[in-house]
Ligand binder design. Structure first.
Ligand SMILES: [Zn+2]
Length: 286
């Protein structure tokens, strides 16, 4: 049995993220195109090590790059949902959000012939209806929330939080495989600018991977069967200096006795009753 799990996830936003940002002049579009240059490089990095990852693919990307999506599928990876055109579902009415979900499922079915089992919200924000809609769809997991670092948990509906206090809602069958901005390459590394905000990015990839390795070491020391989920974007991680750091990191991680697993596989373990990410029992004092 492995000491823990690492989920490698890739958000293949390509041009869709620039659609969502309303930045559709030639250069932002070309930044989206670069993702398609990076995907074969990443598939090669993973194939050389025999690793399966989870790729969150917007419907827009699937229809723009159908051959690449089929290559991802044929590489033994999981393909899951990430909106249609990278919509912020948090601001959508229920019917509009349901329509986006239907359209994104349809795109992945048509292009890759796969039935997605999980969802990641673009920009990691959910509406009050998202969990119910994902359950209604029969999906197994979400991977957008941040309520734990190492333990998958059940998503709730009906939480009420206001200035008076908090009333927790009901747990649902949907499994959350949690994420974190600190475990995402984009805020560390990518420079983004718009009239609304600037994300400085352009940090040191070696530093980012060193921090992620510390998160992993802490997980292995403190938890049983913990899960560390890291998020990459092909357009970010797919440049030379970052790819070399990624390769080094993957090889170091493999030395820690963890198993690389897809998010879907981890969600299946959680549904099957595996106690993932629980604190280790304290040694007896004496
Ligand atoms: Zn995205």
């Amino acid at each position: 049995m492995p000491h823990g799990y690492v989920c490698l996830t890739f958000d293949f936003d390509a041009l869709s993220v620039w659609v969502d940002r309303g930045q559709l002049t030639a250069t932002p579009r070309s930044r989206g195109e670069f993702a398609a240059v990076a995907v074969p490089r990443l598939l090669e990095v993973l194939a050389r090590r025999g690793l399966a990852a989870t790729w969150f693919v917007p419907g827009h990307t699937a229809r723009t790059y159908p051959e690449l999506c089929r290559r991802i599928r044929d590489g033994g990876h999981e393909i899951a949902l990430h909106g249609y055109a990278h919509e912020n579902v948090a601001v959508l009415e229920e019917d509009a959000e349901r329509a986006v979900l239907d359209r994104s499922v349809e795109a992945l079915r048509e292009v890759a012939g796969t039935e997605p089992r999980g969802f990641r919200a673009p920009a990691w924000d959910l509406s009050e209806n998202t969990v119910a809609l994902l359950n209604e769809r029969g999906l197994r997991y979400d991977s957008s929330m941040m309520g734990h670092d190492y333990a998958p948990y059940r998503c709730r509906t009906g939480d009420r939080v206001d200035a008076e206090g908090t009333v927790w809602g009901e747990e649902t069958p949907l499994v959350e495989v949690p994420v974190s901005w600190s475990l995402d390459d984009l805020p560390h590394l990518e420079f983004l600018s718009s009239p609304a905000r600037t994300l400085p990015g352009l940090g040191d990839a070696e530093r980012m991977f060193a921090d992620w390795e510390l998160d992993l070491r802490y997980m292995l020391r403190e938890t049983e069967q913990g899960v560390l989920t890291v998020t990459f974007h092909p357009q970010v991680i797919g440049r030379g200096h970052r790819l070399l750091r990624l390769e080094e990191w993957l090889d170091r991680v493999a030395g820690h006795g963890v198993e690389f697993a897809t998010v879907g596989a981890v969600a299946d373990l959680a549904v099957g009753g595996a106690r993932l990410g629980r604190p280790k029992a304290a040694p007896p004092r004496g």
